[in-house]
Structures are given as structure tokens and as C-alpha cells.
Write a protein that binds this ligand. Sequence first.
Ligand code: C2E
Ligand code: CA
Ligand code: CA
Length: 857
Amino acid sequence: MKPDDDVHVLSAKRTADDVPASLADIVHRMPFPTVLIDRASSRLLHANGAFEAAWQRPSAAPDALTLSALLDPRDRPALELMLAQAGLPQAVVPSGVELRLPMADGVLKWALATCARPETETADGALILLQLCDITRQKRAEEDIAARETRWNSALVSSVSGVWDHNYGIGQKYYSPTWRLIRGMAPDDPLPPSKEAWLTLLHPDDVDFTLHAMERQEAGDPEYQMFQYRERHADGHWIWIECRGACIERAPDGRALRVVGTDTDVTDRKHAEHGRAQMSRRLEMALAISGIGVYEADLVTGDVYWDERMYDIYGLDPAMPVAVGQTWENFLHPSDRERVLNNVAVNTQQNERYWDQYRIITASGGERVIRSCSMTFVDTDGHLKMVGANWDISKDVTLHQELERARLLAEARNRELESARVNIEHNAMHDYLTGLPNRRYLDAVLVEQARTCGREGRSLAVLHIDLDGFKQINDTLGHNAGDSILRHAALVLRDNAGPDQFVARIGGDEFVILTPATGGTRKLSSLANRIIRQMRKPVVHEGRECRFGASIGIAWTQGMAVEPKQLLINADMALYRAKNAGRNRYEFYSQETHLEIVRAKRTADDILAAIEEGQFQAAYQLQFDAVTLEVCGAETLARWQHPRHGLLTPDSFLSIAEDIDVVAAIDGIILDQALQDFVKWEAQGVPVPKISANVSYRRLLDPALLRKLRRKNIPTGSLSFELLESAFLDDCGDDVLQTLEQLKSLGIEIEIDDFGSGHASIVSLLRLNPAALKIDRQLVRQLPQSASQRKLARSIVEIGKSLNIKVIAEGVETMDHARILRELGCDVLQGFALARPMPFEEIGPFIRAGSWHAICC
Ligand code: C2E
Ligand code: CA
Ligand code: CA
């Protein structure tokens, strides 16, 4: 290639033609991009091929004549200066100016410009040889390093970690601003002058460790690449520093030449860690104390974590693996299993806490009660997990059960006590037999009602009810029968009493009804009648019919205030009257009743006195053989020689004597006297072959009776007992039968008095096996007028004959009576027609006179 072709001729003051050919050739041959410049005008005179290849001229200035035009404007002054200096004859040729040249694509390239004055130059040194080597690559590398350095420096400044660099090799130590900052040091604060001085800033507990750790770190021990210690902050407080470091340069002998690293203030983290550790310790302690076991199960992988206490609770060896579906589930008590697993299934999707309680069978076979709290959650790894706590509440449950048992026991005991109290109170106020309120209860209610009725001007009535014939049932059939009668009577009263009436049993066979008396006597009468009617209906006890009745005394306030006690007394007096008036009836209390009662009371007192003073005497009524009319016996009859009223017959005292229960005593007195009189008659030759005495049923029950009779040595056949109240003979008990048998064995005969008037049956007659029947005088009286009575008398006689029992007729008042009875076949006659009752003294003369023969014939 010719130089002419290669060298571009640039238009200038000095043109390329002004340049010697040799010079142009040199330029042309240069291996580096080289141009020849006219110093004065800066014009490019020649540019070699390398230049053209390296520095493509901008499309905007393809023929730029000056180098400046090719440069980045910022670098133009530098070029000017270099060119100017290069022109100075004595000056050192400046070199090494770096210039930027924009390329066609806009990229700036770097060129290192060096210039020289060519040897062949003109004397004025007008030409300058300029080499522009492409240093873009180097420049870029430099820029990169600079950028990195800037980045690093700013990183050092802004980093939370302080950087340190111990270069033992050159004896330099570097500490970044942050390193100072975390220690509270200003950028220009002096560093500790020595390692020893620095060590004094360390926490005393950490000094030895830190020295050891530094030593190990420098030695390259990975364990100590990072360690922590405390250092005092400029403010005086301790800061925790985490030191990371590594030796990056070593001497051939292994000694560390350079160690670099970072210090980070981890005080906050340490405090947080400390807090966490404290929290965790507390939690651990709490769990340990409470015995709460904690578990976590990964429901995706099936992995389960059990803490120590979980193993403890389930009695499982901690070495045993635990897995979902394989461990815990097997411990569940069979009875709880299904419910508990259902609960888990239901709650697994909820992500909410849920509680449960169930029994487990531990690995050793024991039973425990577990309380659990669990919840599911999705962990950071995306797995559905279940976390929960279990604790053993067996003791609590046992304790609870025991307490519950104790509570139930206490409650039961309280109930018992309460019911005992209620019972006691009830018993105190009620009659055990009939369940009716008792006397105490009645008294209380009576006082209360008397008060309200008195206040409100209302009338209050008391019905005093006494059972008729109860004593006999009780005596003959026994207490069971008596009890059932009483219960029956209570029922009748209760049935007849309305809700505003109060029924009480006040003792024995006595009852009281307390009732408002708004309807006056009419209503009270109808109530009393109803009761009497129903009481009369026979009651069957153990297959036997029991007959009894009721007498009722009624007293009422008639709107006036009355002493409650007085009301009761009045009703009692009315009752007495009802009884005396023939029983099975009611009586209202009246002034008259009062007087009668007073009289009866006086009579009763008189009777007692009469017994003491021997005012009771025997009278005798002779009995005659119906065929021969010879005296065949005498009935003993009680008489009362009253000091004021004279001689009284039994109708005026017997029922009162019965009320005060002295009939048996009177019987005894009369019998004693009769026996004495009998002996006297024998002695006097008065022909009375035997005597009969009236005996009350109650006397037969006297255990002393037989003993007393035995002592009297009664001659056989001289005495017979007339049994009254033959109606009760049907029901007489074995003891009475036994007594009768023993009487017979003593030679005392038994006669049935008032036969035909009562209810004695043939069967009971057979059982008693009496020596005689006495036809009742009511029956005898009607014989002349009544064919049916005659028929009845005849059948009695026939019964007597067939059973070999004598038949005695009493109440023979007329000769007609005597004739009929004799014709009927009656054995013995007794009555006013033949002889009236008379005292002992009159019997002898009467028999001797024999006047009855004359009357009868
Ligand atoms: P009773 O055993 O039937 O005695 C006969 C009663 O009939 C006697 O009445 C007698 O005076 C009466 N009497 C006799 N003949 C006739 C007559 O032809 N016509 C009438 N109308 N009456 C006649 P008294 O003495 O008043 O005795 C009445 C009842 O008192 C007795 O009836 C007897 O049940 C009882 N009684 C009498 N004395 C005693 C006694 O010592 N002990 C006991 N427990 N009761 C006695
Ligand atoms: Ca009699
Ligand atoms: Ca009689």
C-alpha cells in the first residue's frame, strides 16, 4: 500500500503537502493509531490506518480536520494543553493524557494520548506526532473497580455490621465507621491503644472466653468463626457483639498475617433470645409442674412429636417412636375411642381450639383420665399440623367423684334427717294407727279456729264421736280387730268430712270433727246421721262380721266466742247423753245435757262411795218349777240402798257404773252377799236349792275371778252365772271359753240371760254348753197376743230339750204367761206373777207363806 493512499491529507493552514514524505511514511508505518497534527491549528495532517481502524470518525464529521472535533468536549482543553506544551522547545513532551472519543454508536472509548515532536520536523516545531492507544478496556476495569470500591465503602458505612481488618503483616488495623458506631464511638475518637486496654472494656465474665475464641478464630477453627461476647458501650451499658472473622493471609509458618471480619451489635437479639429463653424456661417449668404434655403431629407426613411428659402420661418408653394413627389412638379406652376419634375428625378442619376428656389405658394397663386441648394449623411448610396439650386429671376426676359421692351422701343424709324431722313432727301431731291428726294437733287447730271464728262472728262446731260396742270387739276379737275397726271408722269420718272440716282421733275409740257450723243444727244433724248410718254397717275382719256403732255429741258456738276447751267439754257431755240415751245416736249439747251430766257425775261419785260404804245389796227373785211350782232357785239382783233416794234398781245406776267400770266390782259384792245368804237359808232351813248371779262379760275376763271363787268352796250345783250381753257370745274368745269351762269344773253352771232378744247363734250356744237358757221377758210379755212369739218360744224350748239345756222364762207377770209357758214345755218360771224381787229377810217368810200356790191354781 502506498503511503499516499494511507495518509489522508487534511485541509489546514499547513496542508499535508507541507509534510515531508518521510514523515508521512513514518506515520504510515506506525503500528499504533497515530496522527500528525499541526500544532498551531490542531489540524490533522496525517492519520495512519491503525488510527482509522481504531477511531472511526463520527458520521457527522467524516472528515474532521481537528482531533478536538473527535473528542468528548470535556477532554478538549486537556488536548489543547498537551498540544500547547508539546510545542514548547524546552518542555518535556507531555504524555499520558487520557481522552474520551464518542463512537458512532454513542459509546465513549478511551484513548491514551502520547505525543512527540518528530525529528524531521520543521524548525518551528509545528508538527506533533500523536499516538492514541485504545485503553478503553483498562479504563473500564478501573471504573469497575472504582464502582466496586464505592459500593463497598458505602456498604461499610451503611452496614449494621462493623468491619475490622487486622493486617499483622503490615502492622495496620482498620475499623469501619459502623464498628465504631455500635460501640458509641465518634469517627475520630481514639481507639484503645492496646489489646490489653481493649480487654478492659469487655465484660469480666467474657474476657477469657473472648481471648480463647479469637485465638481459635485466627487458627481457623470453624467452631469459632463466629462467637459472642459483651463489651461496654461508650454510654456505659453492655452491648452484645457477635464477631465473625477469618484469617485470609498466613505466613509460611502458619502465623496469621491478616484477619478480617465483622462485629454486629446483637444486643437486641440477645435480649430477645434471653426473653425467649426465660419464657421457655417458665413455660417448661409450668408444664413440668402442671404435668402437661405437649404434642405436635404432622398430618401430612404422619410424624408426631411428644414431649417428655406425654411419654410420662401414657407410660410409654421415650425411646419408642410415635406416629399418627399408630400410637395415641391405641391408648384410647375402648368405650371412649369412637367418640374421641370422631371429635378429632370433626375438629381437624376447623383450625380452632377444642377440648376433650377421655380415658386411656396406659402402657402398663392402668386407667387414666386425660383432658386435652388441641388445634390444627397450617405450618410454614404448608403441612396441616395438629398441636395440643394433654394432662392427667385422674386424681381430679377421682376427687371430683369422691366429692360428688360425699355430696350425694350428705344430701341423702339431709333428706333422711329432713324426712325424719317431718316424720317426727308428723308423728307428734298424728295418730299412728289411723293417720289422723291427734289430740295435740286438734288442740292447736281448735284454738286457732275458735279465735278466727270468734273474730269473724262465725259459728264453730265440735262433733265428739265415740264408737259403740268397740270395747267388746276389742276384748273378744283381739286388738287386730279393734285396730281395723278404728281404721275403718277413721275412713268413714274422713270420707264424710269436707275440706273445711278437721278430723282427729283423740284416743281409744274417740274421734272429733271440727267444722264450721254455718248451716246450723240441720247440717250438723245430717252429718251426724250420715256417720251413724255408715258406722252401723258391719265390717268383716278376718272373715268375721263385726258390728258396732257410733254415738255423737255435738257442741257449737252459735256465733258466740267460746273457750275452745269448753267447746270440747260440751261436746263430750252431749256424747255422754247420747250414750245414755241408748247409743247409736247423736245429741246436741244443751243446758239440760249439762245438768244431766252433772247429775251423772254426781251419781258416779255416789256409786264409788256406795261401793266403799256397802250400800249395794242383793235382792232375790225366786224361781219356780213350771210343773210343780216348787221353789227351785233365786236370781240375785243388785240394789242400791241410796242414803237420800232410797232403794234403787239397776236401771238408775248400772250404765253409769259401766261407764266408770265398776260393774264387775258390784257383781262381786252382790255375789259375796248372795253366797252368805245362801248359807244362812240352808242354816235356817229355807228351801232355796240354788242361786243365780248376773255376771257382766267383763267380769269373766278378770284373771282373779277363778281364784276368788275357788276360795269360796261353792257346793256343786248351788250357783249358776247368768251371762248378760249374750249378743257377744258369738265372738267370745278362747280365754273366755276356758274360763267358762273352769267355772263348770268348779260346779258353777252357766245360764244364757235374755235369750231370744240378742243375736246369739245356736253354734255359739253349743260351744258354751250352758245349763240353762233364760227366755227374754220382752218375748214372754207378748206370748198371749203373738202367735209368732209363741212359735219362737216353742223353738227355744225345743232347742233346749234337744241339747239337754233347761229353759227358764222370766217376766212371768200373769197366770196366762205361766200357763202358756208350761204348755210350751218350759222348765222354770220367774216373774212378778209368782214372786217379786225381795230382800233376804223376806224370802224365808215368803216361802213359808206359799201364797203363790193359791194364785196359780
Ligand atoms: P235381768 O237379769 O233380766 O233381771 C231380771 C229383771 O227383770 C229384774 O229387774 C227384775 O226385777 C225384773 N223382773 C222380774 N220379773 C219381772 C216381771 O214379771 N215383769 C217385769 N217387768 N220385770 C220383771 P232389775 O232387778 O231391775 O234388774 C234389771 C237388770 O239389771 C237385770 O236384768 C240384769 O240385767 C241387771 N242386773 C241386776 N242385778 C245385777 C247384778 O247384780 N249384776 C249385774 N251385772 N247385772 C245385774
Ligand atoms: Ca238376769
Ligand atoms: Ca233377764
